[in-house]
Design a protein around this ligand. Structure first.
Ligand code: OSB
Ligand code: MG
Length: 354
């Protein structure tokens, strides 16, 4: 098959979160993104979402910087090009350093376009299997609201709940929450918050009952993560550190982690993400699909990724109405008894409302 990228449109979106989202690094109150619509010469459309934040607190990129890179650098590299596979986009972008979230916005849109041209759902196009995707939600609030938010999430049927933690978190409170819901899998996410603390502070989180702890130290702290893996029973999961398949290889070589969170924005798109999946499969590393307070386009791509048989842990998959009064896709993403059904429509299976 062959198609020509005839057009690319960028749509800026900014929406308030229903409730502030507190991490060790930042409290997010409103979210911007750039939605990307690409079309081929016959008018078939593919959708992507650039998931950089307004400021560089999670990765170096920003929405303002991404707009520049998209318009001035990346769009000219793909416009009017004829492609035979979406894997070629990576090659067109190879002389552009970094800027993975900007690249992923266009690259994922082109994967959607190819799946639609072939008239198959994206999950099928990438070799996934049709299964209900287990939903997972993140509780990122003040400590006095954790119990009530976990209760609400449990009532909605979420099988997995991720709690944001900092060195100052009340460990007895966390233990109490986890002990109260024995059927729910609890993850901890530190977003690098343990960097400036004595190592023992982290060790004190080992016996709380978390199924894993995500990114205790910041992205470049490979040696500290290797020490954590050696000294702790709780599996160490890397998020921010994994920006490429090379980073995943390094984690495996250095024994710096047990589990990887896949995020297509952070990895630059589908091609690099599928390389990480292959590497983890070969080395028996467990994986799950992470979120970044995303809108429906990105979530739809993430759902397709989670359909791969190698993804063994529940990801960050919440209902559209968890973060948003109104999502950008039609229909909205719905959790039903703890699961999200894959769509049988072609491509990502959701339409853009704009
Ligand atoms: O570290 O996983 C993270 C949100 C923004 C940036 C980074 C992270 C997160 C989350 C939210 O934890 C996950 C979600 O969107 O459900
Ligand atoms: Mg994380």
């Amino acid at each position: 098959m062959e198609l020509t990228i005839a057009g690319i449109e960028l749509h800026h979106v900014k929406k308030p979160l229903k409730t502030p989202f507190k991490t060790a690094l930042q409290t997010v109150r409103e979210r911007e993104c750039i939605l990307i619509r690409t079309m081929d010469a016959e008018g078939v459309e593919g959708y992507g979402e650039c998931v950089a934040f307004s400021t560089p607190w999670y990765t170096e990129e920003t929405i303002a910087g991404c707009r520049f890179v998209l318009e001035k650098v990346l769009m000219p590299l793909v416009l009017n090009k004829t492609l035979t596979s979406p894997g070629q986009v990576e090659e067109l972008f190879k002389n552009v350093k970094g800027n993975r979230m900007a690249k992923a916005g266009i690259e994922t849109a082109i994967w959607d376009l190819f799946a639609k041209k072939q008239k198959v759902p994206l999950w099928k196009f990438i070799g996934g299997i049709d299964k209900p995707i287990p939903a997972g939600v993140v509780v990122a609030s003040d400590e006095d609201k954790i119990m009530e938010q976990v209760e609400a999430a449990a009532a909605k049927g979420y099988e997995r709940i991720k709690l944001k933690v900092t060195p100052a978190s009340d460990r007895d409170l966390l233990k109490g929450v986890i002990g109260r819901f024995p059927d729910i899998l609890f993850f901890a996410d530190a977003n690098g918050g343990f960097d400036d603390e004595p190592f023992e502070k982290l060790l004190a989180f080992d016996s709380i009952g978390f199924a894993l702890i995500e990114q205790p130290f910041s992205e470049e702290q490979w040696l500290l993560h290797a020490r954590a893996k050696k000294e702790m029973e709780t599996p160490i999961c890397l998020d921010e550190s994994i920006r490429s398949a090379e980073d995943a290889r390094r984690m495996i070589e250095l024994e710096a982690g047990d589990v990887i969170v896949l995020k297509m924005g952070r990895l630059g798109g589908w091609s690099e993400t599928l390389k990480v999946v292959e590497l983890c499969r070969a080395h028996g590393i467990r994986m799950w699909v992470g979120g970044m307070i995303e809108f429906g386009v990105s979530k739809a791509h993430n759902l397709a990724l989670a359909s791969l048989p190698d993804i063994s842990l529940p990801g960050d998959f919440s209902d559209s109405d968890h973060f948003w009064h109104e999502d950008v896709v039609e229909p909205e993403i719905r959790v039903d008894t703890g699961k999200i059904a894959l769509r049988s429509e072609t491509g990502i299976g959701y339409n853009l409302k704009i």
